[in-house]
Design a protein. Structure first.
Length: 141
């Protein structure tokens, strides 16, 4: 067999193996708007509304989920717990972790399994000064 035919056959075999593998793997990605979740709602796992939302998420069982409208918990903000040790303050952005630990990691209905996620919550720019005169009023905000 010539070298060219061997390379063509090898390429076909590798291409078939890669295609078969891609068909076997499925990643379920979801986006979910929780609608106005505040820090106080997340400090315990007893909010009926959040339990219902977590149950829906546990039923669809996404591998990756984008959760919208969870308040960003900046230290000193409303309902944000004060750190026990002032020298070691709680870092901001803990509300996503709170939702995962208090609601998604706990079965919300018989027969449902908990979900494990590694939460990430980016800092928000909502309400922050832009440094620009956005409405051309002569005032930089």
């Amino acid at each position: 067999m010539s070298t060219i035919i061997r390379f063509i056959l090898l390429g076909l075999l590798l291409g078939t193996a890669c295609t078969a593998r891609a068909q076997d793997e499925t990643i379920r990605v979801a986006t979910f708007n929780l609608q106005d979740i505040r820090t106080a709602d997340l400090l315990t796992g007893d909010s009926p509304r959040l339990k219902q939302l977590a149950e829906v998420i546990q039923r669809i069982r996404p591998d990756v989920i984008l959760l919208n409208e969870i308040a960003y918990d900046l230290p000193g903000g409303p309902d944000v717990p004060v750190a026990a040790d002032p020298d070691t303050p709680t870092p901001p952005g803990q509300n996503a972790r709170r939702f995962v630990e208090h609601y998604l990691a706990v079965p919300q209905a018989p027969g449902l399994e908990p979900l494990e996620f590694t939460p990430f919550m980016a800092a928000t720019n909502t309400g922050m000064p832009s440094g620009y005169d956005l409405d051309r009023s002569g005032e930089i905000v």
